[in-house]
Ligand binder design. Structure first.
Ligand SMILES: C[S@@+](CC[C@H](N)C(=O)[O-])C[C@H]1O[C@@H](n2cnc3c(N)ncnc32)[C@H](O)[C@@H]1O
Length: 280
């Protein structure tokens, strides 16, 4: 039984970083006319009301998208992301926050496809309804780890896999890494982005070691901490491991992440990290 609901967390600082990276990855794929496939292994509900009881209970978006809503000096990568969030809020007031699938539908073209997995019995129908009229979108009420392995390589032979788990189960870090490694073996030219929360430094270092042991060449590792564990118990940062990143991503993140630190940082422990893991 899944208990995690993204509606409690939508638009938090981790969503901001994740969706800035997602926007950059998808925009890069549209540079060529050739069609591609976007696979979202943990898709969520598709969109979220920031005034709902759940969102207000945590107030997480106050430390995330709300701090960026009215900025006027964002670097290109952040500006592209913010344009989409504004598009999702046509009234001009920040009242809703889009999920990764909606962001993808705005960037993909007619020739591209979106394959979305969501296992929660309440979030799945919301996701399905949101995209019921979009013929590019296929929704699966399936386990994203197991089911997505059967989706690669996609017929398009070009694509991006976003793995954005809720990490509810104890062994989920291992499951996520193992699944992404299997998918990469089946479709080695695809781009993969694995998101993870930073809750303590020991667990984060372990995850990094586990991933490094796979010896996958060409990985860009990104992290954003808005504070340290002492001042923000619980999640105080998040990271993304990107396999086969486009060559433009590093430069884009060298501008975007320091900007996000300056806007979303809570104290002087806020920091970013960008590491390229090269071939053996
Ligand atoms: C962090 S949220 C996803 C947010 C979404 N990717 C976004 O950026 O808007 C994780 C989602 O995964 C779902 N989930 C948990 N375990 C799953 C599994 N094994 N397969 C598919 N979905 C799962 C949860 O119900 C939740 O909606």
């Amino acid at each position: 039984m899944l208990s995690y609901r993204h509606s409690y967390h939508a638009g938090n600082f981790a969503d901001v970083m994740k969706h800035v990276v997602l926007t950059a990855l998808l925009k890069y794929l549209t540079r060529k006319d050739t069609k591609f496939c976007y696979i979202d292994t943990h898709a969520g509900a598709g969109g979220y009301d920031l005034h709902s009881e759940r969102a207000r209970k945590t107030g997480e978006s106050d430390l995330g998208i709300a701090k960026l809503w009215e900025v006027n000096d964002p670097p290109e990568g952040v500006a592209a992301y913010l344009a989409l969030i504004h598009q999702f809020n046509p009234s001009g007031r920040l009242v809703k926050y889009p999920g990764s699938p909606w962001i993808a539908t705005q960037i993909l073209r007619q020739q591209d496809r979106l394959l979305l997995c969501e296992l929660h019995s309440s979030d799945f129908p919301l996701l399905q309804n949101m995209f019921a009229k979009d013929r590019r979108v296929y929704c699966y009420e399936e386990d994203g780890y197991r089911f997505s392995k059967g989706l690669v390589p996609p017929i398009e032979r070009r694509g991006l896999v976003l793995m954005d788990p809720s990490y509810e189960l104890q062994d989920e870090y291992d499951t996520a890494i193992t699944s992404i490694a299997k998918m990469h073996r089946q479709f080695s030219t695809g781009t993969y982005a694995l998101w993870y929360p930073i809750l303590d430094e020991r667990r984060t270092a372990q995850l990094r070691r586990h991933f490094e042991a796979l010896k996958i060449p060409d990985v860009l590792h990104l992290e954003l901490r808005v504070a340290d564990h002492q001042s923000l118990p619980g999640m105080y940062g998040s990271g993304m491991i990107v396999i086969n990143p486009p060559w433009t991503l590093r430069t884009a993140m060298e501008a975007a992440l320091p900007y996000l630190v300056s806007k979303l940082g809570i104290n002087d422990k806020a920091a970013f990290r960008i590491d390229q893991w090269a071939d053996e």
